[in-house]
Design a binder for this molecule. Structure first.
Ligand code: EPZ
Length: 429
């Protein structure tokens, strides 16, 4: 599948933001521990969610999807063995580790493996879980965990890893006493996971702060919960407006989770006008200002997931911007592709310098990871001419109906079959 985008046009109108990929994935995994019926609203229809649903179904649970609502009933016996080819389809399959340990007392997880962003180690996950008493055996097949019991106590992450925080929160619910998690990740998605678990009957406090306290429980109830909206998807459409000098309105947006992104956009000369907690209008000038320094940091710092997205808007700024990527060791996959469109960017180590150019031109480019792909879409919208983006399956992992949403904003964008699909279609036509 490929996207064909003809740029050089302003956007206008209103775009609805979908539920958060990075909130719904750990929440879906956490439904395993309740043994009850969970109804989740505001779920995005994206391939990572469909993969996670397939894994829950493979485990033997009843799952149904209806528009943005997913209903999961985990009140059935299941086996914690998921074939690696199914697990492997989900980049962040490690999100199941804490839930498997909690529900089954054991877990056999294939390594999440390296990905486009780098090695994606899980040492922090395993370090805390082993301190809690999980017996961990690693071999070429993956990670085998046995948790006869988990010890309550105080545990400190040596880095605020989002996934490790989520796994420890979920596993802690079966500990033999209260668990205090120090230096946890503070992302909004951690707060959403806490809110979901508490709605289902848990007693967790402190998510979003430097200390999370988990009171163990194994008594849960049926519950209904609305997942928070996607702050990175919102940042993507804000950046698309910035890159095209447009005025658009976002609805169902997590306005309070956009602070650092809005700060950067305002430095670029963009005006962001919140109307409520979920609606905001962005108005961008025809010429953006450069930004001296954007450094990605753990929340509440500037989010690494928005780095490529904001870089795309800076490509035509009137001057030089500097970006420092402090979270992932390989998160500049978009740079070589953007340069094919006329961007002038140099990368040295984890620092990228973006030299604004007057014009970008369409090209044939390739999405190399989820947010790198989104950056190419934004650049294509502001480039003169047509851009063909290959490997958009990366983008489809995390963006619901992106082309539909862009067309509703007036973009000239369409989905084409991939070269292979085209060849097959031709052969069979
Ligand atoms: C989550 O990944 C998100 N994914 C990522 O979003 C996001 O970029 C990341 O958090 C940071 O905000 C989901 O929530 C599904 P980390 P996660 O553990 O949990 C290192 C997107 O584009 N690390 O906070 O994997 C790690 O290598 C995706 O939506 C260890 O060294 O992120 C990285 O450099 C991409 N050891 C840094 O910490 C560990 O045990 C942050 O990783 C764990 C992580």
């Amino acid at each position: 599948m490929r996207y064909l985008i003809e740029g050089g046009r302003k956007l206008s109108g209103t775009v609805p933001i979908s539920g958060s990929k990075n909130a719904v994935l750990p929440i879906l995994a956490a439904t395993i521990i309740t043994g009850k019926k969970t109804v989740l609203h505001n779920c995005p229809d994206i391939s990572d969610v469909r993969c996670t649903v397939d894994i829950l179904k493979y485990l033997g649970y009843h799952v149904s999807m209806d528009a943005d609502t997913i209903t999961v009933d985990t009140g059935f016996d299941a086996s914690p063995r998921v074939p690696s080819q199914l697990m492997g389809k989900l980049r962040s399959s490690i999100i199941f580790l804490g839930a498997f340990i909690n529900r089954f007392g054991s877990a056999q997880i294939s390594y999440p493996g390296g990905c486009e962003l780098g090695k994606r180690p899980i040492d922090i996950h395993l370090s805390i879980l082993s301190q809690m008493g999980v017996q961990i055996h690693e071999d070429i097949t993956g990670i085998n965990c046995k948790a006869p019991s988990l010890k309550g106590g105080e545990y400190r992450l040596n880095f605020p890893s989002v996934g490790a925080t989520e796994n420890v929160m979920i596993a802690s619910l079966i500990a033999d006493g209260p668990v205090i998690i120090k230096n946890p990740a503070k992302e909004p998605e951690i707060v959403d996971l806490q809110n979901f678990l508490n709605k289902a009957g848990a007693c967790i406090n402190g998510a979003g702060t430097d200390c999370i306290t988990v009171t163990p429980t194994n008594t849960f109830s049926d519950c209904e919960y609305s997942v928070c909206s996607d702050r990175i998807e919102a940042a993507t459409y804000l950046s698309a407006a910035a890159a095209t000098g447009s005025t658009i309105t976002l609805t169902n947006a997590p306005v309070s989770d956009l602070g650092k992104t809005v700060n950067i956009l305002e430095k670029m000369g963009v005006i962001v006008m919140p109307h409520s907690q979920t609606v905001l209008t962005v108005t961008a000038p025809n010429h953006l200002k450069p930004v001296d320094m954007i450094a990605t940091m753990p929340h509440p710092g500037f989010p690494t997931d928005a780095q490529a997205i904001l870089m795309a808007a800076l490509l035509r700024a009137a001057g030089t911007s500097m970006i420092v990527e402090n979270i992932f060791e390989n998160r500049y996959n978009h740079v070589e592709e953007l340069k094919k469109m006329g961007a002038q960017i140099t990368v040295s180590g984890n620092t990228a310098r973006v030299y604004g150019v007057k014009e970008l031109h369409g090209a044939r480019v390739r999405a190399r990871d989820l947010r790198a792909g989104a950056a190419l879409v934004i650049a294509a919208l502001s480039a003169e001419g047509k851009t063909l983006i290959d490997d958009v399956y990366h983008i489809e992992r995390g963006y619901e109906n992106m082309i539909l949403k862009l067309r509703s904003l007036g973009a000239k964008a369409e989905i084409l079959p991939s070269a292979e699909q085209s060849a097959t279609l031709l052969r069979h036509s």
